[in-house]
Design a protein around this ligand. Structure first.
Ligand code: NAP
Length: 246
């Protein structure tokens, strides 16, 4: 289904990004696994994709650093040519009540979660425009829709992706390329592990389906958005949250 498509998934050494990278690889894409520091995990992700018959490379790069992203894109172009599908997945949290949040806590999260999306999209915009099947997929969060106690910085970045996605959808529309957002609920990854047990239980109580999402719950939706089947869908937010929000 994705044969001949080059897909970059930012932050795909672990968690949701890794699940997405493996899913795209399984469906025929040439996959770029990006990571910041988890080299061994990124290389494992590549091995998994290759063991399932796919093609992948691991490319180090800090999405928050424009020059790093530009150099990462050069390496991707050398290996696979232009990128058709960009999944802006890399994201971090630094959770604190707003009164305890420092300017550095704010800026660090904004620089990765929004700055990283700008950097990667800006460096690959011409590729996505020129591709007959160009796809931009931004990974937001239910927290961008609802806000969340202790996550003023994170929630702001995840809400920001809604405006960014809709605008890029308009600016890409004349080319036939699309831009969409996926807003997962709470997903079983290292990010959720960092949340204290008692807070996890409180979150669980608010999920109508009564379970956290698995990485696969999100990866399948992203594969659909990356595929030709979603070609008439643009500027949308797909909520994948067990019924928490709509
Ligand atoms: P995770 O398990 O903590 O993994 C984060 C990934 O992002 C890692 O591969 C990490 O690479 C990479 N990364 C972090 N900063 C980076 C940077 N500056 N440059 C390049 N890569 C970077 O996170 P996750 O839970 O899978 O979350 C992935 C995305 O889904 C995030 O955007 C998050 O906001 C969103 N999301 C998560 C949940 C959830 O409940 N987990 C819910 C909704 C939305 P290294 O390993 O090399 O550091």
């Amino acid at each position: 289904m994705l044969d001949g498509q080059t897909c970059l998934v930012t932050g795909s050494s672990r968690g949701i990004g890794r699940g997405i990278a493996e899913e795209l690889g399984r469906h025929g894409a040439d996959v770029v696994v990006n990571y910041r520091s988890s080299e061994a995990a990124a290389s494992e992700a590549v091995d998994t994709i290759e063991s399932e018959g796919g093609t992948a490379i691991a490319v180090q790069g800090d999405v928050a650093d424009y020059d790093d992203v530009a150099s990462m894109c050069d390496r991707i172009h050398d290996a696979f040519g232009p990128v058709d599908v960009l999944v802006n997945n890399a994201g971090i949290t630094i959770d604190k009540k707003f009164e305890n949040m420092t300017k550095e806590d704010w800026e660090t999260v904004v620089d990765v979660n929004l700055g990283g999306v700008f950097n990667c999209t800006h460096c690959l915009f011409e590729d996505i425009k020129a591709s007959e099947t160009g796809r931009l997929v931004n990974i937001s969060s239910v927290v961008g829709q609802q806000g969340n106690y202790g996550q003023a910085n994170y929630a702001t970045t995840k809400s920001g992706l809604f405006g960014f996605t809709r605008t890029l959808a308009l600016e890409l529309a004349s080319t036939g390329s699309t831009a969409n957002c996926v807003a997962p609920g709470f997903v079983e990854t290292d990010m959720l592990e960092d949340v204290p047990e008692r807070v996890q239980q409180k979150i669980l109580d608010r999920i109508p389906l009564n379970r956290f999402a698995t990485v696969d719950d999100i990866a399948g939706i992203v594969r659909f958005l990356a595929s030709p089947e979603s070609s008439y869908m643009t500027g949308q937010v797909l909520a994948v949250n067990g019924g928490m929000e709509w």
